[in-house]
Design a protein around this ligand. Structure first.
Ligand SMILES: [Zn+2]
Length: 67
């Protein structure tokens, strides 16, 4: 049993979650991705307190941890 159900990979730089077939991060332009990520944060309002704490500047779906 896989504990990860979502078919995404995370950008190493900004932690944006993208589809497995994406080559370039649409958020920061990085080509480095990892399958080793945990947690999902959906940011709808980049000016919210939560986004500020996480250092997220654009709305989207992010991993909590990526390495
Ligand atoms: Zn990125």
């Amino acid at each position: 049993m896989s504990r990860r159900k979502l078919p995404f990979k995370a950008c190493v730089k900004c932690k944006l979650l993208v589809d497995e077939d994406v080559d370039v991060c649409p958020n920061c332009g990085s080509r480095e991705f990892t399958d080793n990520w945990e947690g999902v944060v959906v940011v709808l309002n980049p000016s919210s307190e939560a986004a500020r704490i996480l250092g997220i500047q654009k709305k989207g779906m992010y991993a909590l941890k990526a390495r």
